[in-house]
Design a protein around this ligand. Sequence first.
Ligand SMILES: [Zn+2]
Length: 170
Amino acid sequence: MTGVTRAAGVACLMRLAPAGSVAAALVVAGCAIPHWPVDAPLTSPFGLRWEGGPDLHRGVDLRVDEGTPIQAMTHGRVRFAGTMSGFGNVVWLDHPGEAITVYAHLSRIDVATGDAISGGNVIGLSGQSGNATGPHLHFEIWRRGREVDPVIALGGWPSRDSRPSPNPRP
Ligand SMILES: [Zn+2]
């Protein structure tokens, strides 16, 4: 667990998962409740987009300043922490329920491959490494080998995004 820092427990309550969602299936207890890795506006959605040609965006982009702490969505283990083409400095986490999350374009990685991770642990700092035109977090969720839309998996946009949640809460 070299370099893993613990974030305040309140971060665990950033985003509660609605019943029946992918995220709810991952919930075990307490800080394991899945949440957005950072509370920031979503600037590029999941799915097909046009970037000089059709491009499948396998995750979402969150607008964050360089050096913003990025938290694990939930507990798990580091599948890969290092540099990949396009992703730059990137962390891949394995979670219960055959889920994987990806955190790309980091300026700093605070975990190592094989580390055990608790939900809310800071896994690194945001940046613009790899194929990025500015600082942002590229975030992916995979479930059973398929990429899923994080907005659906987590039951809504981050709270700091101005758009209405697709699953409004009372
Ligand atoms: Zn992206």
